[in-house]
Design a protein around this ligand. Sequence first.
Ligand code: UD1
Ligand code: PEP
Length: 417
Amino acid sequence: MEKFVVTGEVQLNGTIRVGGAKNAALPIMAATLLCSGVSVIHDVPCLSDINAMQEIMRLLGAKITWEGRTLVIDTTAIHKNEVPEHLMREMRASVFLMGPLLGRFHKVRLSYPGGCAIGHRPIDLHLKALEKMGTVVKEKFGYIDAEAASLSGGEIYLDFPSVGATENAMMAAVLAEGVTIICNAAREPEIYDLQSFLNKMGAKVSGAGTDTIRIDGVRRLKPAEHTIICDRIQAGTYLIAGAISRGDVVVENVVPEHLFSVIDKLEEIGAVLEVGTRSIRVRSRELRGVDIKTLPHPGFATDLQAPILSLLTIAKGTSIVTETIFENRFKHVDELMRMGAKIKVEGRTAVIRGVSKLTGSAVTAPDLRAGGALVLAALAAEGTTEIEQIYHIDRGYENLEENLRNLGAQIARVKSV
Ligand SMILES: CC(=O)N[C@H]1[C@@H](OP(=O)(O)OP(=O)(O)OC[C@H]2O[C@@H](n3ccc(=O)[nH]c3=O)[C@H](O)[C@@H]2O)O[C@H](CO)[C@@H](O)[C@@H]1O
Ligand SMILES: C=C(OP(=O)(O)O)C(=O)O
């Protein structure tokens, strides 16, 4: 086990370049399974979730090699359409294998996925979408058997614009007969990236980025080459790092339109932002409290709720943060309170009374973004903070300590007893 040791109160200065998005790379890796051949995916982040996905795909028969930040995936020898439970449990994204394997083999067997413990996280919408395409789903002994003699297009209404269900439905529908319409689809940028990749494979998908996606089924797909979009959540986290340290940070390789809600809230908090075509500069001195509500894209991303909450702990006045996506995503609050934050949680709302200073303390990362939030708090805190269970952070933040050190932060990864 490892932990981060952070000595705070250092202003961050400099430039950081973010890489490809985990949440785009994972479904796109799964999508390569839709056909036989060699796909090439550029700017894949080096993260433990990506490694976990590779492990599963290798078990299914894929040959995967890294060339720098490029992943070369050969799906010619896929011979399995069954994923064992212990591998499914490793991450939420394992559920993305369902759509592609069903599309290619008309049959798949897997169990419930794992992932960050941030709420109940059912997969009923994924299954409902697949059933609408003619799949028969049977659940027994913790396993899900999904089978479709032939997948056929259908009209799918999602009760909630679930990112994963939208992606799974898209991947199953590309090889289905006829037209599939996904209504109330998720509009996250990662959905658009998946559409781009599927279309490069020869699929006919349109509408990603809106709430209605149309898929005209095709008979055959071919392998494709693609570059993953940049990670808006890591980018947002580094912007908050600049603001919380009262520094001057430029985040490069970003698509500002993906970050509108964060840019808007940081400005409301009092940070000064300069938005370029592919970069954003953040500076801050005085911070004031604001209200934030997480929503599906283009609303404020739930994955940035914990990081921005850290910033609000030292903003003047009272802030109210409402988490509407996941019912259990305030686990960072208790840890932040150990650092001197004043926060009260009632149901899905956190009321934060800004304090002038946080103090270094021993804390534990309860999940990925909550872990990121603790690193941010530690950057601003007086003294030294030790953050345990950083394997959560390694799921989604690439080279976090190195990137922060390059900006001047005092952060070290050390062995934990
Ligand atoms: C790998 C990946 O891309 N993960 C992201 C994805 O997760 P994920 O795809 O799991 O998130 P969803 O958009 O599906 O979940 C949103 C909400 O819908 C509910 N729901 C979802 C599916 C379902 O079948 N039934 C159901 O009720 C969930 O419990 C949750 O309350 O989107 C989330 C919301 O932006 C992000 O926080 C995650 O980082
Ligand atoms: C919750 C997240 O990931 P996952 O859906 O893979 O658990 C995340 O990236 O913040």
